[in-house]
Design a protein around this ligand. Structure first.
Ligand SMILES: [Zn+2]
Length: 344
């Protein structure tokens, strides 16, 4: 899911965007604010429940490093034929061309398979008023989304931006029958429910890769907090390409294994839980909360005793001026420039 709304953090300060008639602003915006807030809190509760179940059940000593299928030269030829025969939805054609040019063929398989049957639909306000209103009232308003179960991209905008479509394209390209990128589901026999996990890191990495692959400015990205935490997580890998490989193979396990070289099972799920919250139940004070999550990750990477990894981590960490100064025990004054910036 990619939300233009996420760019408007903190969310509650920007409700006038939705309510153009000044005279009705107060009367309308108050209940919307209340709905968005309770919606965000409900989402947080759901994530907490699903992740805590997982944290108790998973033991990292039993998690095996995944092995990925390598394509032979003949497989690659067959895949190229399949790519040539694709009937990609018009809206996504030049994004697909870019993707196949930039991504290693070993990481293209899910994309090719999904593109063979991908559905694309624009849903106008007239088509489904209820859906538009529900989206409008949600704490995570979206312009478009990919539905893995139906292998379908839907958009609600008249003209979705290319960047939004690139983001959804990557969700599609990283989805197999079990996982979508780093987001997985697990059936809980006790409750009879499917728990979703890894959604936050999945959004963070999808947005990060959208900016990198399709040349968008990372400073203007959506999902700002998950993106920063994802970049910090990436430093756990000896080679960042391995994180990309894990993503396109739907393997949160790989991330888990890299993390657990220095961190514990509990730490991993607790950090995953935080990132889920920042992505799907964002609240205005998350900018402050996320500093705590970053410092917890910092504590873990420092156990690596690997100066190169730690330095890479610190460089990303210090993009937040507050953290950079606080880490050095320096005091600072809040001036207007600092106050206007979003420090993540
Ligand atoms: Zn998304």
């Amino acid at each position: 899911m990619n939300s233009w709304f996420m760019q408007l953090m903190p969310e509650f300060q920007n409700l006038q965007v939705f309510v153009p008639i000044a005279s009705t602003y107060l009367a309308i915006s108050t209940p919307i604010l209340a709905i968005k807030f309770s919606d965000a809190l409900k989402n947080r509760k759901n994530f907490k429940e699903s992740n805590y179940v997982l944290a108790k059940n998973i033991d990292h000593t039993n998690t095996l490093k995944p092995t990925y299928i390598k394509l032979s030269a003949r497989d690659k030829e067959e895949m190229q034929k399949a790519i040539n025969a694709l009937k990609t939805p018009e809206e996504l054609q030049n994004i697909a061309d870019d993707f196949f040019e930039k991504i290693d063929p070993d990481e293209q398989r899910n994309c090719v398979r999904n593109l063979e049957s991908l559905g694309y639909k624009h849903i106008s306000f007239k088509d489904d008023i209820k859906l538009h209103l529900k989206n409008f009232l949600s704490s995570t308003t979206a312009a478009a989304w990919y539905i893995p179960g139906l292998n379908k991209i839907e958009d609600l905008e008249m003209m979705p931006t290319r960047k939004v479509l690139c983001h959804e394209f990557l969700h599609m390209a990283s989805a197999n029958s079990i996982c979508a990128g780093f987001q997985g589901t697990r059936y809980d026999v006790n409750t009879g429910k499917y728990n979703v996990f890894g959604s936050g890191i999945n959004e963070g990495y999808t947005e990060l890769l959208t900016c990198r692959l399709f040349n968008y400015d990372l400073k203007l990205c959506t999902y700002k907090i998950p993106v920063k935490l994802t970049r910090l997580m990436e430093t756990f890998f000896d080679n960042p390409e391995d994180m990309k490989k894990a993503y396109f193979n739907g393997s949160l396990e790989e991330l888990y294994i890299e993390f657990c070289k220095y961190g514990s099972n509990e730490e991993f799920w607790s950090i995953m839980h935080d990132i889920d919250n920042y992505a799907y139940a964002p609240l205005s004070f998350d900018f402050i909360n996320s500093i705590g999550t970053q410092m917890r990750l910092y504590k873990v990477i420092k156990r690596s005793d690997n100066p190169e990894k730690i330095k890479k981590f610190e460089d990303i960490l210090d993009e937040n001026k507050f953290i950079a100064l606080a880490r050095r025990g320096m005091t600072f004054k809040l001036d207007d420039g600092i106050k206007k910036e979003k420090h993540i």
